[in-house]
Design a binder for this molecule. Structure first.
Ligand code: 5AD
Ligand code: SF4
Length: 430
């Protein structure tokens, strides 16, 4: 989400004549986009500010701006307490950046943190660096108010972009050579433009170009409609991959979290998805150590993970966030115990992912090459439709190519294989 937002910021500044550099030493303006979802995300930013402070000593004219959710959350405090920061700009005020930067050059600190009910930046062309896969933000904000989550407070109310602006952007991405697009939203499946729901949007985006792979994230179980499942299942270029955060395997905890579904509902949903999309990749998020979570609740989460057999899971220690409802509850699971529970889930998930990946040995899968393997310049890294990473030896392909790979071995994170001889092509040539 923040990568997409940074690209919007890049787009806004590019219109004003700014150019982008990855070299900190070359930059006249340094902007850091921040996350406030958990405390450790914020701690990392303070470290970064220390680094920028040292740069500023060497080059006193440099403007440093802090953007995003942390800016929204801490507002004035950051400008007042962090001497290095010249600007603090929340997620809905990026259009003000050029003016605020000019002001900072005059030595005046700037702050803009008002949230909007309508801002969706749909007229801004994001500044995307080259690649095969693009993010396309289709809605902003969240109205779900899960009791642990700061997002409704830092990113504001839900609002969707118009279908037209999204389709225009998808066409542009295809023209620029992108092969895959991920529709993004905090709560993407509650997208709505008049009568058009998220399923309708997905169908339209997929219709832009059948060679464009379409993905989406993140979905809330409550809005995972039958229509959406059918659309994903029946549209060839919509990837069969669903990230569906469950957060906990205990109904008592889910209720305290205000997640608005039960485990029974979630299990039925997962089954429906698996049934309609054989081979679908299913992943989730878990939070460990939510207030009052007992060993039994934690056991229920482990049982759920075993039951659903997710392809992947992200597990986080509960982090109390100011303003949220859960902030009022006692954060009564010790950090050590949270860590223990997170590890236990991660170990179990590792075993499950390994087993599921090993079942794919012998299968032939179509993958999209997204870059060189991190471990070897002789190999490609690619992704399957179900969002699994596949690594295989290069033999004349290019980034952005679709190829068929036969899987020969697997670990919990990666499939390894080799290119299937293009039998049909060989036969045609003979
Ligand atoms: N503490 C820990 N994890 C959190 N998440 C959101 N808020 C918190 C919090 N306060 C996790 C949820 C969500 C993911 C993006 O981050 O699992 O799905
Ligand atoms: Fe936060 Fe997601 Fe819940 Fe919205 S649906 S409040 S973004 S966890």
């Amino acid at each position: 989400m923040n990568v997409a937002d940074s690209e919007v910021v890049g787009g806004i500044l590019q219109r004003e004549g700014y150019t982008f550099t990855k070299e900190l030493g070359e930059a006249d303006v340094i902007l850091v986009n921040t996350c406030a979802i958990r405390d450790n995300a914020e701690v990392r930013i303070y470290g970064r500010l220390g680094l920028f402070g040292r740069y500023k000593k060497e080059r006193p004219g440099v403007v440093v701006g802090l953007l995003g959710c942390m800016a929204e959350r801490l507002r004035v405090q950051l400008v007042e307490e962090e001497r290095v920061v010249d600007l603090v700009v929340g997620p809905d005020e990026y259009r003000k950046l050029p003016a605020l930067i000019d002001q900072a050059y005059q030595g005046e600190k700037g702050i803009a943190v008002r949230l909007s009910r309508v801002e969706n930046y749909e007229d801004i062309v994001p500044l995307r660096l080259e690649g095969v896969s693009a993010w396309l933000s289709v809605m902003r904000g969240c109205d779900k108010f899960c009791t642990f989550c700061v997002v409704p407070f830092t990113r504001g109310r839900e609002r969707s972009r118009s279908l037209k602006s999204i389709i225009d952007e998808a066409h542009m991405l295809v023209d620029q050579g992108f092969k895959e697009v991920t529709l993004l939203g905090q709560n993407v499946n509650s997208y709505r433009d008049g009568d058009l729901d998220f399923a309708g949007l997905m169908r339209s985006v997929a219709g832009v170009d059948r060679n464009l792979r379409v993905r989406f994230t993140t979905s809330h179980p409550q809005d995972m409609s039958d229509r959406l499942i059918e659309t994903v299942a029946s549209t060839t270029n919509i990837c069969k991959y669903v990230h569906l955060p469950v957060q906990s395997g205990s109904n008592r905890i889910l209720e305290l979290m205000n997640r608005s579904y039960t485990i029974e509902h979630y299990l039925a949903l997962a089954e429906k998805i698996r049934k309609q999309m054989p081979g679908v990749g299913l992943s989730t998020d878990f939070i460990s150590g939510f207030p009052t979570e007992t060993p039994e609740d934690h056991g229920a989460t482990l049982a759920l993970a075993r039951n659903v057999q997710f392809d992947g899971a992200y597990t986080f220690k509960y982090s109390a966030r100011e303003n949220t409802k859960a902030w009022q509850m006692t954060d009564d699971v010790s950090d050590e115990e949270k860590g223990r529970r997170v590890n236990e889930i991660a170990t179990l998930q590792h075993e499950i992912s390994l087993e599921l990946n090993q079942k794919m040995v012998g299968a032939t899968v179509r993958v999209l090459i997204d870059g060189e393997s991190k471990k070897s310049a002789e190999e490609w890294s690619a992704r399957t439709d179900a969002n699994k990473v596949a690594v295989f030896p290069k033999s004349g392909e290019a980034v952005g190519d679709y190829v068929d790979v036969v899987i020969t071995r697997a670990n919990s994170a990666t499939l390894f294989g080799s290119r299937v001889e293009a039998k049909a092509a060989l036969e045609a040539a003979a």
